[in-house]
Ligand binder design. Structure first.
Ligand code: UDP
Length: 135
C-alpha cells in the first residue's frame, strides 16, 4: 500500500473536552504524520459544503449546527494506508458500537457528537484536503 493522505477533523465536542493533544498523539503513534493543521470556526456555508453529500439526510441540519457550535481542528494526515489507518483509529460512527480503545469509544458521547471526522476513501480525502487547505 502506497503512502496516502487523509483529512481529519477534531470536532467541537472533542475540542471542548480539551483532548486535541490526546487525539493527535494517537495519529502519531500509529505512524501518521500531521502534514497540514489549523484551528477553525467553520461558517454555516463551509459546514454545509463539506457535508454536501449528506444534504438529503434527516440529520443534516443538526450535523451542520453541531459542526459550527465551536472551534474545530482540521488536519491532513500522511502515511501508509492513511485513510484506513485513520478509520481504524476512529472507530464506528456510533460510539456505542465503536471498538474499545478507539477515539470514538474513548472520547465521543453520541452518534452526532462523535469527536472526529475522517475521509472514507482516498478519492474523498483528496477532495476534502483541497476543500480546507487548497491544492
Ligand atoms: N451523523 C449523525 N446521525 C446519523 C449518522 C451520522 O449525526 O444517524 C453524523 C455523524 O456526526 C457522522 C457524520 O454525520 O460522523 C457523517 O456520517 P457518516 O455516515 O459519513 O459517518 P463517519 O464517516 O463520520 O463515520
Amino acid at each position: 500500500m502506497a503512502v496516502q493522505r487523509t483529512l481529519s477533523i477534531i470536532k467541537p465536542d472533542a475540542v471542548a473536552k480539551n483532548v486535541i493533544g490526546k487525539i493527535l498523539t494517537r495519529f502519531e503513534n500509529a505512524g501518521l504524520k500531521i502534514v497540514e493543521a489549523k484551528m477553525a470556526q467553520l461558517t454555516k456555508a463551509e459546514a454545509e459544503g463539506f457535508y454536501a453529500v449528506h444534504a438529503a439526510r434527516p440529520f443534516f441540519a443538526d450535523l451542520v449546527k453541531f459542526m459550527i457550535s465551536g472551534p474545530v481542528m482540521i488536519q491532513a494526515l500522511e502515511g501508509e494506508n492513511a485513510v484506513q489507518v485513520n478509520r481504524d483509529l476512529m472507530g464506528a460512527t456510533n460510539p456505542k458500537e465503536a471498538a474499545a480503545g478507539t477515539i470514538r469509544a474513548d472520547f465521543a458521547e453520541s452518534i452526532d457528537a462523535n469527536a472526529v471526522h475522517g475521509s472514507d476513501s482516498a478519492e474523498n480525502a483528496a477532495i476534502e484536503i483541497a476543500y480546507f487547505f487548497g491544492k
